[in-house]
Design a protein around this ligand. Structure first.
Ligand code: 1GP
Length: 258
């Protein structure tokens, strides 16, 4: 994609379609090769996803190749989703410059960011600040980032964190219970958070069906992330299931905005 601002692109999408679908690709050679990541990106693009997030809690060294293969297959923006300073690549367009607000370890709140900031500048990556909140069960992200997991039955804690994130100046709030988990973010928590904040809310983790994704949008999320499901399905069905999910999601978003 020519150098348009990724933030403007995402906000246009929210304003026009009322919801954004993000495909997360974990640059993990145990899951897929960089070439396979490129094919996943091709099918996800055809299925109607709006942008790619690339990153994960662990870094195994095929980040650059993965992004290059994705970029060979799609013109959609690639946004880094770094679990650590090793998650920065000069081949991406933007970076979710994020802080795990409910980590117990200052490293994941601000010190990794201190280490990575110069690289973001040097590689001319567009930083999009994001307050990142991890709830139970937490998955690998919760474990690695030493999060004090938000209890699933305490939506008011997530809402207070999200409001604090907005007041501090983060552009986005991301709420998730971990990648590949069997319990998605409770709808009551999404509703409470989204009704309190004015900045866009991203929700992800364990979303696999059109019903789940539409419910998340109906509850108030402006952006939805799917990673594991996309990695699991698109290479075998050429993106057929994902197409249905994204169609249902956009339809729900339009209906909600009318
Ligand atoms: C992880 O929320 C994302 O940060 C995506 O989760 O892999 O379960 O789709 P899944």
């Amino acid at each position: 994609m020519a150098k348009i601002k990724v933030w403007d692109y995402l906000m246009d999408k929210i304003n026009n379609d009322s919801a954004v679908h993000l495909t997360l690709v974990d640059p993990d050679p145990i899951k897929q090769t960089a070439q396979e990541a490129g094919i996943i990106a091709k099918y996800a693009t055809e299925a109607g996803t709006d942008a790619f997030m690339v990153g994960g809690s662990t870094a195994f060294g095929i980040l650059d190749e993965t992004i290059r293969e994705i970029k060979n297959q799609t013109d959609l923006p690639v946004i880094l989703f770094p679990g650590n300073v090793a998650g920065i690549s000069k081949y991406a367009d933007a970076v979710f410059f994020m802080s795990v607000l409910n980590s117990r370890n200052p490293y994941y709140i601000i010190r990794a960011q201190l280490t990575g900031a110069q690289a973001v500048k040097m590689f001319d990556l567009e930083p999009i600040s994001m307050g990142y909140l991890i709830l139970e069960p937490g998955g690998t992200a919760g474990y690695i980032s030493e999060a004090q997991l938000i209890p699933r039955n305490k939506p008011q804690i997530a809402a207070a964190y999200a409001l604090a994130a907005q007041y501090i100046g983060f552009k986005l709030v991301y709420l998730e219970g971990g990648s590949g988990v069997d319990r998605e973010v409770p709808l009551e928590m999404i509703s409470m958070v989204s009704s309190l904040i004015d900045i866009p809310l991203i929700v992800g983790g364990g979303l696999e069906t059109p019903e789940q994704v539409t419910a998340v949008v109906r509850a108030g999320a402006e952006m939805v992330v799917q990673g594991t499901f996309v990695e699991k399905t698109v290479l075998s069905d050429n993106g057929a299931k994902l197409t249905k999910i994204i169609k249902a999601m956009k339809k729900e978003a339009k209906a909600k905005s009318n």
